[in-house]
Design a protein around this ligand. Sequence first.
Ligand SMILES: Cc1ncc(COP(=O)(O)O)c(C=O)c1O
Length: 426
Amino acid sequence: MTQETATAAVIPARGRTSAPREIDVQRVRADFPILERTVHGKPLVYLDNAATTQKPRVVLDAIASYYTSINANVHRGVHELSERATEAYEASRERVRAFFNAASTREIIFTRNATEGINLVAQSFARPLLTAGDEVLISAMEHHSNIVPWQLACAATGARLAVAPIDDRGDVILEELERRLTPRTRLLAITHMSNALGTITPVREIVGMAQAHGVPVLIDASQAAYHMRLDVQALGCDFLVATGHKLYGPTGIGVLYGRESRLEAMPPFLGGGDMIASVSFEGSTWNVLPYKFEAGTPHMAGAVGLHAALDYIDAVGFESIAAHEAQLLAYATQALEEIPGIRLIGTARRKGSILSFVMDGVHPHDIGTIVDREGVAIRTGHHCAQPVMERFGVPATARASLAMYNTREEIDALAAALRKVREVFA
Ligand SMILES: Cc1ncc(COP(=O)(O)O)c(C=O)c1O
């Protein structure tokens, strides 16, 4: 789909001038070829968006077009295709810069995913800084990707992982977080939106708190980035990670934003081609930013696909996406609350479009299996957030997560499938 047709997928809200334009959800759905398929003979109802989102045709076309017309290795050749491939790759970097409002493309590192971005910061920023007794502070609702890299850095240095608790709704307890910003805290790494609970954290306020204590901040925006506009300069963070496959883009491409002064001071993460200025057996010197952190042949097609995905998101518009998802979340919350025996896990004051829940007497895995037979794709398990499950005293939850193309009819299909689960286990 072109930018113009994506723009046509939103329609002005009737009788209001300042409200966001409503999404024409059927137009949006028509842009996602996979949504046409059936599962077990039923129309696919895809509610596993927090795990990965589906891809609009423009993204698939951009990737195919890259491979059919300009594929070559970047930054190396003087031939036409290599120059075109380099242009496309760097154009994507500029698109990502603009999307997150970074000050410079030197601050945008392409990674494989959010996980790699966090590991890069853990190894190249935290590890050289940490000494025995220092602390890395996280919250109690982090994804394993924002726990384990810090544990590795702590284990290598004798530092300690400190954890800010969350309350029964799934909100970070800010006073407790602030109490844990001690003179030994070297970094705060926190999610902007929890994949297990849907909680949206007040990151601007949290960054302010950390800055008052002189503590740099990494924001895990893996979930938030496809629901809301993020501006790294307004947030004031030192690092932010996002992952392409949740941004309606391809797998295998992620983004690390790093404040230039921080990145400049950091040693490389991985060594190899492209990240060097010179190599000899006596020693090597490093390339300039951002290339110092991009060793080896990058995922050019992934970057091109991500570029198309970000164009698509912006053409639909975050205001419209957020309004649509908020309406859908309210509708889904009510629908689930009306089903006997269902309990929502995560009722934060500010929530993104994720519903984690348990059902009395039914294991989440059974819920997932039965609703799948109705064509409804939800996730069940610990959602790579085992400490969150422990905090709420459940082994696992079922999770429905919504995106811009989901509809009320799909929520109705989920609710009907969940009522079937109740009947089976009655
Ligand atoms: C909050 C959060 N952080 C990090 C990640 C890791 O993303 P990736 O596996 O793409 O690196 C995820 C993925 O589910 C996530 O939801």
